[in-house]
Design a protein around this ligand. Structure first.
Ligand SMILES: [Mg+2]
Length: 295
């Protein structure tokens, strides 16, 4: 608790520092590239610094992901042994015992490590946008989340079809396949097991239920693994309270049918902290987030 409180204080100090920089009187425009870079630096808030550092440097992150996948491995054996188990809301109430087994994993920050992209945003300044994301993905430099490769290979060796449902856009499928193959993730040679957003007209939405339903037609879905509530059930976006209410009935599924991988750098949890922000300005979002703290 002491450590968490200290980290929280550091984050708060940085956030407050960011607010302070924004309230300073406007300076004349920078005269040189160096001055422009300095101006950009003072406008940054470094909100994601500790989160990104934790994922890139902390044994605590490595342990969190590794233990999640080790737990997943044990739960996979249990789910295989009980032909009535399904982890998909889309299959509740159905007789799934005659279907072959599958699991569904998210890609980014569940099996693929994109923290270098977050690190670039921190060091160069800026926030997420589709153009810089596309550049990063096409470099084909993603890493593997600890434990993910061994778990998916174990599942495949047990005769389980391994599906990946990702909100990466369909045009990023070649780069995604290259990374996953290089890292050792089992992609099926005979059927499409990497389901991208917008790969089909009916997959326009970031909601994954439509793609889960395609898997659910032919397979018993033993487990879901993700880093975002939206990887597990529909309508995961909303206020903090709405999200808590949405998932309350499934609390016993965490650690059994559903495995959550930690990702403190982004996700629908973060959007929920600034729901209702008056404007998209970063200072307003920071105020929204500060208001969510419980001192
Ligand atoms: Mg993800």
């Amino acid at each position: 608790m002491v450590g968490a409180a200290r980290v929280g204080a550091v984050v708060l100090a940085m956030v407050m520092g960011g607010c302070a920089a924004r309230t300073a009187p406007p300076a004349p425009g920078p005269a040189t590239p160096a001055a422009a870079a300095a101006t950009a630096a003072t406008a940054r808030t470094y909100e994601n610094l500790d989160a990104t550092l934790w994922m890139q440097t902390a044994i605590e992150y490595h342990a969190s992901a590794s233990q999640a996948y080790r737990l997943a491995t044990a739960q996979l054996d249990r789910a295989l042994a009980d032909p009535t188990v399904t982890a998909a809301i889309e299959q509740q109430g159905q007789n799934v015992s005659g279907l072959p087994p599958a699991i569904i994993l998210d890609a980014d920050e569940t099996v693929l490590d994109n923290t270098p992209y977050q690190a670039r945003l921190l060091t160069a300044g800026g926030t997420y946008d589709d153009a810089t994301w596309k550049v990063w993905v096409n470099e084909r430099k993603a890493g593997a989340v600890p434990g993910a490769v061994a778990f998916t290979q174990y599942a495949r060796a047990k005769g389980v079809t391994v599906f990946f449902i990702t909100n990466r856009n369909a045009d990023l499928e070649p780069a995604t396949r290259d990374d996953m193959t290089r890292l050792g993730f089992p992609l099926d040679a005979t059927r499409d097991t990497l389901l991208m957003r917008r790969e089909r007209p009916e997959w326009e939405s970031s909601e994954k239920a439509a793609r889960r339903s395609v898997v659910a037609r032919d397979f018993r879905i033993l487990m879901l693994l993700g880093d975002d509530l939206g990887d597990f059930l529909p309508n995961a976006r909303g206020t903090i309270e709405e999200r808590q209410a949405r998932v309350a009935a499934y609390d016993a599924w965490w650690g059994s049918r559903w495995i959550m991988i930690p990702n403190p750098t982004y996700g629908s949890w973060e959007a929920a902290t600034r729901t209702g922000a008056a404007s998209p300005a970063a200072a307003d979002q920071l105020k929204q987030k500060l208001s969510r703290l419980r001192p």
